[in-house]
Write a protein that binds this ligand. Structure first.
Ligand SMILES: Nc1ncnc2c1ncn2[C@@H]1O[C@H](COP(=O)(O)OP(=O)(O)O)[C@@H](O)[C@H]1O
Ligand SMILES: Cc1ncsc1CCOP(=O)(O)O
Ligand SMILES: [Mg+2]
Length: 288
C-alpha cells in the first residue's frame, strides 16, 4: 500500500540522506493520488483554469472549477481538497472564496491558498490577508507574494504576478508567516522552500523555463491541494512531494521541449507517464 511508504520520521539533513526518505515518499504520494483520484475544487483565475485542470488530471486527481456561492455549501463538502487562487480577483468572487474556505474548515478538509500578486495592489493585499485569516492548510507563493503577506504591505516594485525576488530572499519571512498564521508556507522558485515555522524543507527540482509558462505556479498549487487531500495530516511532506513531482515532470518534459508551449504539453505528458524508477532517481529534496 502506498500509505505504508509515507513516513513521518524527522528528515535527515543533506540531499543524499534526505532523498532516502523523501523520494519514496514523493512517489507514494503520487501513487495515492492516482489510486484515490481525489476530487479537488478549484476557485481560480481565468488564465490558469485549463492548465490547472489538466495538471490535476494528468496526476490522477479529479478537478472541478466551482466558484459560485450558490453551489459551494453543497459542493465543497464533497471535495477532498480545495485550491483558492486570487489571480484575477474581482469583488464579486471574494465571498465565494471565503465561503469555500469556511466550509472546507468546517468539514476538516485541507485547502490551499495561492496569493497571486499579493503585493500588487491594496485591494488584492487586503483580500489575501483576509484569506490568510481563514487559516489555509498551505499557502504557496513566489518570493514577492510571500514577502508581501509577511510585511502586510504593497510592494512599490511589484511586477504583478511575477516575482522580483528569489525564493531564498523570502525564507525567513516564510518562517515568520508560518509561525504567525499556523499555515505551512511554501515559497517557490529555483529552489522551493516549505516551512511550518520550525522545519524548512528544500525542493531542488524544476527548470527555469517554468517561469515562461503562465499558470505554472497556479498549477503546482493545485497539485499541492491534491497531494494534501490524500495525506492531510502531513502538510509539509505532501507539499514538498507535489513540488518535487511537478519539478521532475518539467525536467523530463524539457528533454523534448522546443520552448514554453511544447514544455507545457510535455510536462503534462511526463506527469501522466511518470514511473517509480524515474521518480526515485530524480526527486531532490533536502532540509535546511
Ligand atoms: N529558476 C527556476 N528553476 C527551476 N524551477 C523553477 C524556477 N523558477 C520557478 N520554478 C518552478 O516553477 C514553478 C512555479 O514557481 P514560480 O515561478 O515561483 O511561481 P509563480 O508562477 O506563481 O510565480 C514551481 O514548481 C517552481 O519550483
Ligand atoms: C498572468 C496572470 N494574470 C493574472 S493571474 C495570471 C496567471 C499567473 O500564473 P502564475 O502565478 O502561475 O505565473
Ligand atoms: Mg503565481
Amino acid at each position: 500500500m502506498a500509505e505504508d511508504k509515507i513516513k513521518t520520521n524527522e528528515p535527515q539533513k543533506g540531499v543524499e540522506g534526505s532523498n532516502l526518505q523523501w523520494a519514496p515518499q514523493a512517489w507514494a504520494h503520487l501513487e495515492l493520488v492516482r489510486s484515490k483520484s481525489p476530487l479537488i475544487q478549484c476557485i481560480t483565475n481565468f488564465v490558469s483554469m485549463d492548465f490547472m485542470a489538466n495538471t490535476l488530471l494528468s496526476a490522477g486527481a479529479s478537478p472541478a472549477m466551482v466558484h459560485s456561492v450558490d453551489e459551494i455549501p453543497e459542493f465543497t463538502p464533497k471535495a477532498l481538497g480545495v485550491c483558492i487562487n486570487m489571480g484575477t480577483l474581482t469583488p464579486d468572487w471574494l465571498p465565494g472564496m471565503k465561503l469555500a474556505a469556511e466550509v472546507a474548515n468546517q468539514c476538516k478538509k485541507p485547502w490551499v491558498l495561492d496569493p497571486v500578486a499579493a503585493g500588487g495592489t491594496s485591494f488584492r493585499l487586503k483580500a489575501c490577508l483576509e484569506m490568510m485569516n481563514l487559516k489555509p492548510s498551505v499557502v504557496r507563493g513566489n518570493g514577492s507574494e510571500i514577502l508581501a503577506l509577511f510585511k502586510g504591505s504593497v510592494d512599490s516594485n511589484s511586477k504583478g504576478v511575477d516575482s522580483v525576488y528569489c525564493s531564498g530572499d523570502a525564507v525567513e519571512a516564510a518562517k515568520s508567516l508560518a509561525q504567525q498564521s499556523g499555515s505551512v508556507v511554501a515559497v517557490s522558485g529555483a529552489v522551493d522552500y516549505i516551512t511550518d515555522g520550525d522545519r524548512v524543507v528544500c525542493v531542488h527540482n524544476g527548470v527555469p523555463m517554468l517561469q515562461k509558462i503562465t499558470a505554472s505556479g497556479c498549477s503546482v498549487t493545485a497539485l499541492i491541494a491534491a497531494f494534501l487531500a490524500v495525506d492531510p495530516s502531513h502538510a509539509i511532506e505532501a507539499t514538498a512531494s507535489a513540488l518535487a513531482i511537478f519539478g521532475v515532470a518539467s525536467e523530463i518534459g524539457m528533454d523534448i521541449a522546443r520552448g514554453p508551449a511544447s514544455l507545457r504539453t510535455s510536462l503534462i505528458d511526463s506527469l501522466y507517464g511518470l514511473d517509480e524508477a524515474t521518480a526515485l532517481g530524480r526527486v531532490r529534496i533536502s532540509c535546511l
